[in-house]
Write a protein that binds this ligand. Structure first.
Ligand code: MN
Length: 249
């Protein structure tokens, strides 16, 4: 019997290469394949899918436990692009574990999820992992069995996939969910800096509770949320309506 080569799993994040979350994810991933860490040299949270196009990028060694690890002076999606190029062949990209949830509308600005999106754009499966934190800490021991379980479920999927995973503080099961969409008040707090200039803090509050079946609701109820996503943002029902209205004119 010929043994195939091990799966190559690129691990990245948006909290920076020295975040404890990336080491926890790399340790879990190492049970499933060859792991290489390629992550931003400084925090890039909320950078969404920003791509560095006006300056060169460098990839340099980093020290993360015993892992093959590198830091890039760019965004999470830069790390996936450069990391996959340098490694040659990548099968899977794992991003996280982010310090903080990425449910609902935060998917629009999450750098953690953008790294997984970049993976899919390059033809690799991408999985984003996020967890709530107390201070700057995540309770990795509590969520670790569920990280393994999620990885197994994702590996069992045949198709190329983009998956967003969020852990509750203390998981009691797993739910497959859809994205929560809520509206927000536009709460902005004015304040003054030490020189007396006006500044603002954007701090919106949701107007509605999370619906049944959503990622946010699952996490609120103590379940690990797994949401399959797609790259096509088109509102197909609206497109269909407009086209049939135009045809009827
Ligand atoms: Mn982050």
């Amino acid at each position: 019997m010929q043994l195939g080569r091990l799966m190559r799993i690129l691990v990245t994040n948006d909290d920076g290469v020295y975040s404890p979350g990336i080491q926890a994810l790399a340790e879990a991933a190492a049970h499933f394949g060859d792991v290489r860490i390629v992550a931003p040299d400084v925090e890039q949270s909320s950078m969404s899918h920003a791509v560095t196009a006006t300056r060169p990028l460098r990839i340099r060694p980093a020290r993360v436990a015993e892992f093959d690890a590198f830091r890039v002076n760019g965004t999470p999606s830069d790390c996936v692009a450069v990391g996959a190029h340098v490694w040659g062949k990548v099968d899977l990209v794992f991003s996280g574990i982010n310090l903080g949830l990425n449910v609902g509308s935060s998917m629009w600005h999450s750098g953690t999820l953008a790294a997984a999106k970049q993976a899919l754009l390059l033809g690799h499966r991408g999985v984003a992992f996020s967890a709530p934190h107390e201070g700057d800490e995540i309770n990795y021991a509590t969520i670790r069995p569920y990280v393994d379980r999620v990885i197994k479920e994702v590996l069992a999927m045949k198709e190329l996939c983009l998956i967003n995973v969020n852990f509750p503080m203390a998981p009691r099961g797993v739910r497959w969910t859809h994205q929560s969409v809520r509206h927000y008040d536009n709460r902005v707090f004015p304040t003054k800096d030490p020189l007396g200039r006006e500044h603002f803090w954007i701090s919106p509050v949701a107007l509605e509770a999370a619906d049944e079946g959503t990622d946010r609701r699952a996490v609120e109820d103590g379940f690990v949320s797994i949401t399959p996503l797609r790259l096509d943002l088109t509102d197909h029902a609206a497109l269909e309506r407009v086209r049939s209205d135009l045809a009827a004119e």
